[in-house]
Ligand binder design. Structure first.
Ligand code: PGA
Length: 225
């Protein structure tokens, strides 16, 4: 049975109270063994929520599964004179994963291949695992990346997901042409369609934006995946 990564990307949403409520609901949901085994749940909240959520995750450590934490981005620089950037040595105290190269970062913050390569290298330096987003099978992938998320921009937040067959083909191509071990699919994933993607041979999980915000919808995604 393959292992699935189920990643929640909250983007710039939720305050502290809402985040705590979400965690409460997830940890108090009842999951059958088969609904949760071989699944790794990764939450990528806004950066300022990471320290508080890290303490919460620790208090829920006896629940049937542990939520891992990730950031939605990563500085390309180490500690130093980089006003406004969050230093990776601090990030690593709270996050095991970092989403890098999301299309919203590329569009709104003009992140290019060189910068994304620097970010990936910083992540490796601090033993943070990059979840590297690609927009199609030709997107540049920095050396050493083991987990990619295929997220066609036309599918993000639009309610128009890619077809599972096409996503599977992209995942297959990427695995064959790079040393990538796992490919997730992201873009309008919902409880009703998640299985269509996760049952595909080359797809190893999902990256969820909008549908991860409501805890009950997200619980249903985990169960259905
Ligand atoms: P969506 O976003 O699930 O809201 O389409 C996915 C993403 O941007 O990671």
């Amino acid at each position: 049975m393959k292992k699935l990564l189920i990643v929640a990307n909250w983007k710039s949403n939720k305050n502290i109270e809402e985040a705590m409520q979400w965690m409460y609901e997830i940890h108090h949901a009842s999951f059958g063994q088969s609904e949760i085994e071989n699944k790794e749940i990764i939450l990528c909240p806004p950066l300022l929520l990471l320290p508080g959520l890290k303490s919460l995750v620790d208090t829920y450590k006896d629940s049937p599964f542990t939520i891992k934490l990730g950031s939605q981005d990563m500085s390309p620089f180490d500690a130093g004179a980089y006003t406004g950037e969050e230093p990776p040595h601090l990030l690593k105290e709270f996050a095991e994963y970092a989403i890098i190269g999301h299309s919203e970062r590329r569009t709104h913050f003009f992140e290019n291949d060189d910068m994304l390569t620097q970010k990936v290298n910083e992540a490796f330096h601090y033993f943070i695992t990059p979840l590297f987003c690609i927009q199609n099978e030709d997107t540049f992938i920095p050396k050493g990346v083991k987990i990619c998320a295929y997220e066609p921009p036309s599918a993000i937040g639009t309610g128009r997901p890619d077809t599972p067959e096409n996503a599977n083909n992209v995942a297959d191509t990427v695995k064959k042409s790079h040393h990538v071990e796992a490919v997730l699919y992201g873009g309008s994933v919902k409880p009703e369609n998640v299985k269509n993607f996760t049952q595909m041979e080359h797809i190893d999980g999902v990256l969820i934006g909008g549908a991860s915000l409501d805890p009950f919808t997200f619980i249903q995604i985990i169960k259905n995946s």
